[in-house]
Design a protein around this ligand. Structure first.
Ligand code: ZN
Length: 309
């Protein structure tokens, strides 16, 4: 098809009704950059020590349950984030990835203090993993946690393998993260859920600045995600617009990726449509190009490209 023919089709599309346009955008081949899956089969996939079956809420969230939410919205590919219930046992996530070729990427959890952590990371990357989740958890000494020798190995190895470190952190950790990005400039970093700005009440301006400041490191990225948990925590989540705009402006759309954080986005009266619709349909300052990056391009580049193995 020639370009002329394509642009003719594009302008014809623009004449369609709003409803038709919406159905077109729902065939977007989008990527959801953050979803957790788990299975009630705890015989085959036992929970980590300290977790009980009653902690699994909802009791089950399998790929089939996810597809019922994401496919009608045009989401074809998904980045799985290892669920805390399994800690460093990444088998369920890997099995799901293996049984749906081309659909999933994965972010695993490893014990950064294990002596063989680099070899474990390499083996996981060979199986399709493209990121490693780090969480402060119950760490009382944040600088001791993030600046530990194990973390150094994890960050260095991630850079060598050309995969990402994915911090789930609160805003108080942002200044430390800034230091780590300075020490490991070759490591790609993907920050979950705007560093949870606005999770516990309104975000403080200096916290927002600490997030935006990370844009000075070329390999930092931000997930625009978990709308159910941030700000007013109420659909259509328009109060998140100013933060989305600030992050887009600071990082550029090439370093921002939308994600739902399912299944939590589809619980307690929230739904999948309202999450993707905020970015796809409801913020008029986002250009078509911004949306193409935030809903597909950035996650494609970071989580679906080849690693160095
Ligand atoms: Zn999550």
């Amino acid at each position: 098809m020639t370009h002329t023919r394509r642009s003719f089709l594009a302008s014809s599309a623009a004449l369609l009704t709003g409803c038709d346009l919406l159905s077109t955008s729902r065939k977007g081949n989008w990527i959801d950059a953050h979803v957790h899956v788990w299975t009630p089969d705890v015989e085959k996939y036992p929970l980590a020590r300290g977790y009980a079956v009653s902690d699994m809420q909802p009791p089950s969230f399998t790929p089939e349950q996810l597809f019922a939410h994401c496919r009608p919205e045009g989401v074809q590919r998904v980045v799985l984030i290892q669920m805390s219930y399994y800690q460093t046992d990444n088998r369920y996530m890997l099995d799901v990835m293996r049984s749906h070729p081309g659909v999933f990427s994965g972010v695993a959890i490893v014990d950064e203090n294990a002596p063989d952590v680099a070899a474990t990371m390499r083996s996981l990357v060979k199986q399709g993993v493209r990121g490693f989740r780090i969480t402060a958890g119950k760490a009382k000494n944040l600088s001791g946690w993030l600046g530990s020798p194990g973390m150094g190995t994890l960050w260095k190895t991630a850079a060598e393998l050309k995969v990402s470190v994915c911090p789930l952190i609160n805003p108080d950790t942002l200044p430390l993260l800034d230091k780590m990005c300075e020490w490991y400039p070759d490591t790609s970093v993907v920050i979950d859920h705007f560093a949870r700005l606005g999770m516990a009440g309104a975000a403080k301006p200096e916290e927002t600045q600490n997030l935006l400041r990370l844009a000075r490191h070329a390999k930092t990225h931000v997930k625009a995600s978990a709308f159910y948990a941030l700000g007013a925590k109420k659909a259509p989540y328009l109060d998140m617009g100013p933060l989305v705009r600030q992050v887009r402006d600071a990082f550029g759309p090439q370093r921002v990726m939308w994600a739902s954080d399912c299944p939590f986005q589809v619980e307690h009266g929230h739904n999948y449509h309202n999450s993707i619709a905020l970015i796809r349909d409801r913020l008029d300052f986002l250009s078509a190009e911004d949306k193409a990056w935030m809903l597909r391009g950035t996650a494609d580049k970071v989580f679906f490209s080849a690693a160095a193995i």
